[in-house]
Design a protein. Structure first.
Length: 618
């Protein structure tokens, strides 16, 4: 290669694009107005922000964010930051700065404190984390009460009717706030609930990762060659709430067979069809079982839960009904629907015993203690996800829709979903408009103001969605050693090298490397699924290839041989769920959905962490 070409390649690989040099996609001009100033790269901070590495958080936010949905993005990062920095005082870790570029979310870890500050924080952390670790079960029980109260609180928020007259009792008895006042108060309560839930979300989460990291570090110290997957398997085989919704589908399939209504259930693709067709005694008995299962287990988002557009099972029954139908077919084929928990626990115990035997007697006590703590805290690492991202956010998004219905009634916009094209502060402005018009008996301005803005933002959203965002921005990091970044997001020095190679047009397009998420090897035809609404295309025996795999996709696991995801590390939800279901998986491959095509024959090696394209599609 000529020297000037080598120099160009070296320069290309020296950094990712500068965030301030990213161009706006055609048709998306003015996208900045969709997001608050604190979410954007500000020109006045260019010197500072251009020197930092920004990773795209495609694990939680793989799509363009709607303006209103940024309430959730802001809240989630705030909860993580305040828990790390202010509540438990993790010695080396502060929070993350967050920015949006062309609608996609990027994050950058704040620098670790100096050694003196870390030492001071270590004393605080020992006290605070120690208290939680010693009282984990009792504190977790109390946390469950607080989080379920928070969920109920959202469902109990009332959107006032805005009737022609206030009730007579308003004059003769209570003389309290008017319906217009209550509209604003209810909206504030909703925002407060959405803000505060993220502190609950992170309260135990980072401590859970810290306990697991302590065990991982101990294992690496004693067994330098041990793989991350082997360590993770020592804490697997533990039942967690994220598997409960899928268990309910299996139970409903068994119930349908027992009652003789399986064919009727399989013929339905919606809840309305179920209730119209299952009218005899057996059908009503099955519907009663369905109603019991739905609350709360069908409050399960088809995606990450972080987007209002990812509807939950309770909103759209297509996915769970398809899962029930698949399980009915498996029962009729004589298959056992029980998850392989006993097998996983036996493998876990065998692996643990083998490594424990290699230790000196003095080291076994520390091994047992750290492993015991990791197993104690591990269920929370997944359980919080059902409570917050799924159950709480299902209620949160639907409550926003209740407020939007009031605006539709008063002519502000035509579709309930239109509210999500407004920033949360803009919704408050609309409420003031509605308060004034209702109070005076006039016509609000909103119907003249918002429709063209919403129409333009819808066009911008489509243009941004067609853009391919880079995985990182700014200079290449000197090192990547923050544990959560590695275990959850799957960002390692090797990951960065793969991104740089792809940016330079290098690499083997037939072999993709990622993390060995779940053991085993499988071959099959690929099925690329970019969005939850494409899951119904997955066929028996295929290998699922997706940007990220949601826990609520587990009903399709009975049809597939393995899974591949662009995003995630060894402790991401996709890896954990795949291990518990005994499904080979490779996560964090980076470019699976852009490299692999539906129909290609591929091999997933969940032991080596590789995906090989064997031949082209049929």
């Amino acid at each position: 290669m000529p020297s000037h070409a080598t120099d160009q390649l070296s320069a290309l690989k020296a950094s990712f694009p500068d965030p301030y040099d990213i161009e706006t996609p055609e048709g998306a001009e003015g996208w900045e107005d969709m997001y608050s100033y604190h979410n954007r790269f500000l020109e006045a901070r260019r010197d500072e922000d251009s020197k930092r590495t920004w990773f795209r958080n495609s694990l939680h936010f793989p799509e363009v964010s709607y303006p209103f949905d940024h309430a959730v993005i802001d809240g989630s990062f705030t909860g993580t930051g305040v828990t790390n920095t202010r509540v438990f005082a993790l010695p080396p870790a502060l929070g993350l700065d967050v920015r949006v570029i062309n609608g996609y979310t990027y994050m950058s870890a704040l620098d670790s404190p100096d050694e003196e500050t870390q030492a001071r924080r270590a004393g605080e952390f020992a006290q605070r984390a120690g208290y939680y670790f010693k009282n984990w079960d009792a504190l977790y029980d109390e946390w469950e009460t607080r989080v379920t109260d928070a969920i109920k609180g959202v469902y109990e928020i009332e959107v006032p009717e805005l009737s022609e007259f206030e009730a007579l009792e308003r004059v003769t008895e209570d003389r309290g706030p008017t319906q217009g006042n209550l509209l604003l108060a209810g909206y504030h309560r909703l925002l407060e609930a959405g803000d505060q839930i993220w502190t609950l979300h992170s309260e135990f989460l980072n401590l859970g990762y810290a306990a697991y990291l302590q065990f991982l570090t101990l294992c690496k110290g004693h067994f330098p060659e041990i793989g991350d997957q082997t360590i993770s398997r020592m804490v697997s085989g533990i039942d967690v709430l994220l598997f409960r919704p899928d268990d309910e589908l299996r139970n409903l399939a068994r119930k349908a067979e027992e009652l003789g209504v399986s064919d009727a259930v399989k013929a339905c693709s919606s809840e309305d069809e179920l209730r119209a067709n299952l009218t005899d005694e057996a059908g009503l008995a099955w519907l009663a079982a369905l109603d019991t299962a739905k609350d709360p287990w069908f409050n399960f988002s088809n995606g990450s839960g972080m987007y209002h557009s990812h509807r939950s099972w309770v909103d759209d029954m297509a996915l769970p009904l398809q899962g029930i139908g698949d399980y009915i077919d498996q029962l009729r084929a004589g298959n056992d629907l029980t998850r392989p928990l006993d097998k996983l626990q036996a493998e876990r115990d065998e692996i643990t015993a083998n490594y424990r035997e290699l230790l000196d007697e003095d080291d076994r006590e520390a091994f047992d203690e750290t492993l015991g703590l990791a197993r104690t805290v591990f269920p929370y690492v997944e359980n919080h996800n059902f409570y917050v991202e799924h159950w709480f956010l299902t209620g949160f998004w639907n409550k926003v829709r209740e407020f939007s219905a009031k605006f539709v009634e008063w002519g502000f916009w035509n579709d309930i979903e239109d509210i999500f094209f407004l920033r949360r502060a803009e919704v408050e402005e609309a409420i003031y408009d509605l308060q004034m018009a209702w109070g005076a008996g006039g016509t609000p301005q909103g119907g003249f103001h918002w429709p063209p803005i919403i129409a333009r933002r819808r066009e911008i959203y489509r243009a941004l969605s067609a853009w391919s965002p880079p995985p990182a921005l700014g200079p290449v990091p000197g090192e990547v050693n923050e544990p959560l970044t590695i275990m959850l997001w799957g960002i390692t020095p090797e990951t960065v090298d793969r991104w740089l190679a792809a940016q330079a047009g290098e690499g083997d397009s037939k072999v993709l490397t990622g993390f060995a998420g779940s053991p085993g090897v499988a071959e099959g035809r690929a099925r690329v699924v970019m969005r939850p609404d494409e899951l119904d295309t997955v066929q028996d025996g295929e290998i699922l290839v997706a940007p990220v795999t949601s826990p609520s996709w587990t009903p399709v696991f009975g049809r597939i041989r393995g899974s591949v995801s662009d995003i995630g590390g060894i402790m991401c939800h996709a890896a954990i769920v795949s291990r518990e279901y005994g499904l080979p998986a490779v996560v964090g491959v980076g470019f699976g959905t852009s490299t692999i095509k539906t129909g290609q024959l591929i091999r997933v090696d969940g032991d080596a962490g590789t995906v090989t394209i064997l031949e082209e599609e049929n």
